[in-house]
Design a protein around this ligand. Structure first.
Ligand SMILES: [Zn+2]
Length: 690
């Protein structure tokens, strides 16, 4: 249920404010802006003030005309603007800049790529909604400066709008809606949203005693969801106030978007109408976004030294909700993280300290999942009480300041009294993860019980690890943690009964490279592959076209990258060309690239038989659904994803939904609707003594 949640959570974070240079002299904007969605006309005036005279460059979209410009009350001639892009207006040192501008906003488009990545470059407007993101040049931003603002919004009566910050006043008069906001904390830009919203409001007194205004700005078609969202926000505020400290803002709003987007900002989250309808958004992604008001928008990551905020938010939101559900659900989520990590080509791996923000699937695996696993292992190492004290100490020491991984380490060191330098160093600075295996185990009967010697290996360089071993004995299971710090080490356990078998880290409590049997193949193996291949064993042109489109949407590597990488990576093979395909790839560096095989049912069955691979699993009989997808391992160890459809339209229907199911091993679809899915069972690492 949560792969989509994880997907959206990741997208949502794209607009969290990266505050780069808090030291720079801040700019205080006083903006008044009028927007006419019918004509997409915007007219604004901004009075920018600095604490001390300073030179500044204003950045404004070239779609606007500067109507007047005063620098310390002196009129300045505006240089001619370019036809497109941004106009950059360099100004002499001054304390105050007054600028009026106007122009036409872009129409709303679904200008997102297929993975939902933001490609907005333009401020947009329309009757269904308007989105004017920071960085789009919709107001005169001061280049490279931290900005605070007061903003007054003027809209037609049927529209409502907002920017992040505190709502100071709002009114409706003479056919217009006015609202005034202020944001006094450092921000790297201003994002404005407007639309034909119905506002629902609730004021709550939080656990810390402050009053917070909760709002939904929803389109009419989802107005019925408002009460549920308000309940959930109140619940999350309560959870995190008790866990971390007082909520640092005076409001939180959920705002609907006519396009399928997801963004988080201080004091609000902006989500597509259809996204808001998904039940798990309230259950997970919303909490994740609320928590970003502490981590990301309350304490700012030191981006140059690594973004810790996604990992900590993932751990204290998405993961924490699983932990509250059950021990099994939490363990399954850790396995899913490790499974994703195993799917990542080693060349894509990078030290966590270098993670900045999500750019593709691999950086998400490091920046969100490896990072969350670091916090999980940290809590195992220091205990829950010290961990929670560390979280609260970090918050109170760095609220509205930039903080680094080092600051986090110091907070947890203070709380636990432990030196954590080596722990943070090995998980932050190194690429990769230990390949932990049981190399040998011996047991013997001794006076009063049994002695078990276990030899563990972990590859080079060695990590310091506290390894959980579950030992099955004649009198039940005993779990022990053993400390490991070398590449190969033998540990001795004293046991009250005869050991029968040992399972290594059965609950996936360590970040490590899973053994092949622990990592059953999933769709992500082919999605993240460096040189993914496509084989289409059906001759039909429509089927081949649908297969190519599906591959293009499924593979993370952009087409150009794939072509540069191998020259052959995306190859289409006609019905009888399988053998020549294998030959053509024999010269490639990677001899066992994950492969997508897509075609009609009969052609897929024939291909499996020719390749000597296991036939279609019985549970996925061709009579079920209009298409089946499953993963398998070929004899050479290569992972194959099979996509089998009853006809070309059924194959084409998978292009949109399938990329969201990277964590699955098998799926059944009826058209574009997923009707069944699951992962092949993982085999734990077991050493049998008897
Ligand atoms: Zn996030």
């Amino acid at each position: 249920m949560t792969r989509l949640a994880a997907f959206f959570a990741a997208v949502i974070c794209a607009l969290a404010f990266p505050v780069a240079a808090l030291a720079a002299s801040p700019a205080a904007h006083q903006i008044r802006v009028r927007i006419e969605p019918d004509s997409r006309f915007l007219e604004g005036r901004d009075s920018i003030r600095f604490d001390a005279p300073r030179a500044a460059t204003l950045v404004l979209s070239a779609r606007f005309r500067v109507d007047s410009l005063l620098v310390d009350a002196r009129r300045i001639e505006v240089p001619p603007k370019p036809d497109r892009g941004f106009q950059r207006i360099a100004l002499p040192a001054a304390r105050r800049i007054d600028l009026r501008w106007s122009g036409e906003l872009a129409p709303i488009e679904r200008n997102l790529d297929h993975r939902g990545t933001l490609t907005y470059a333009e401020p947009t407007s329309g009757k269904e909604g308007g989105f004017l993101p920071s960085g789009s040049g919709w107001y005169p931003a001061v280049d490279g400066s931290i900005e605070s603002y007061e903003l007054e919004l003027d809209l037609p009566a049927e529209q409502r709008g907002l920017v992040p910050g505190r709502l100071i006043e709002e009114s409706q008069a003479a056919g217009r809606y006015h609202a005034r906001f202020e944001f006094r904390r450092p921000a790297e830009g201003i994002t404005l949203m407007a639309g034909p919203y119905r506002i629902e409001e609730r004021r709550v007194r939080t656990a810390a005693g402050s009053e917070v205004r909760l709002r939904t700005y929803f389109h009419a078609e989802i107005a019925g969801l408002a009460a549920g969202y308000l309940d959930s926000i109140a619940g999350y505020l309560d959870l995190y106030e008790r866990w971390i400290g007082a909520y640092p803002f005076s409001e939180f709003s959920v705002v609907s978007s006519p396009t399928p987007t997801g963004f988080g900002m201080p004091t609000l989250t902006y989500l597509g109408i259809d996204v808001l309808r998904l039940p798990f958004i309230r259950a997970t992604s919303l909490g994740h976004e609320v928590l970003h008001n502490w981590w990301g928008n309350g304490v700012y990551p030191d981006y140059a030294r690594g973004n810790w905020s996604e990992g900590l938010t993932n751990f204290m939101a998405d993961y924490a909700y699983r932990e509250r559900a059950s021990r099994e659900a939490a363990s399954a989520m850790r396995l899913a993280w490790l499974r994703d990590y195993a799917a990542m080509p080693p060349g894509d791996d990078a030290p966590l300290a270098r993670f900045n923000s999500r750019t593709h699937g691999a950086s998400q695996i490091v920046g969100y999942n490896k990072s969350a696993m670091l916090f999980f292992m940290l809590r195992d190492a220091v205990g829950e009480t010290a961990f929670d004290a560390g979280v609260r100490g970090f918050w109170s020491a760095h609220r509205f300041r930039v903080a680094s991984w080092d600051d986090l380490r110091r907070a947890f060191e203070r709380a636990s009294g432990k030196n954590l330098a080596a722990f943070f160093e090995q998980w932050l600075a190194r690429t990769g993860a230990p390949h932990l295996r049981i190399a040998d185990a011996q047991s013997e009967s001794v006076a009063g019980g049994w002695q078990l010697s276990v030899t563990l290996i972990q590859g080079t360089p060695a990590y310091a690890l506290s390894v959980p071993l579950a030992v099955s004995t004649a009198r039940g299971e005993i779990t022990r943690r053993v400390e490991l710090s070398r590449e190969r080490e033998t540990v001795v356990l004293e046991l009250p009964a005869e050991p029968l078998q040992i399972t290594l880290d059965p609950e996936f409590r360590l970040l490590r490279r899973l053994a092949a049997a622990e990592a059953p193949p999933i769709l992500r193996d082919v999605m993240l592959a460096e040189h993914p291949r496509l084989i289409t064993p059906s001759a039909n042109a429509a089927v081949q076209a649908a297969a190519r489109k599906l591959a293009a949407r499924l593979f993370e590597r952009p087409q150009a990258e794939r072509i540069v990488g191998s020259g052959l990576a995306l190859t289409r093979i006609a019905n009888n060309g399988v053998k020549s395909c294998i030959d053509a790839f024999a010269s490639m560096q990677d001899l066992t690239p994950p492969t997508l095989v897509a075609g009609l049912h009969a052609d897929i069955d024939a291909w499996l038989a020719r390749e000597g691979m296991t036939a279609r699993p019985a549970m996925l009989a061709t009579t079920r659904g209009s298409a089946q997808v499953w993963t398998a391992r070929a004899g050479d160890g290569r992972i194959v994803v099979l996509v089998s459809a009853q006809d070309a339209p059924s194959l084409a229907a998978l292009s949109a939904p399938l990329p969201h199911y990277g964590r699955e091993s098998y799926l059944v679809f009826e058209g574009a609707r997923m009707i069944e899915r699951g992962t092949w069972p993982a085999q734990p690492q077991v050493w049998r003594l008897k």
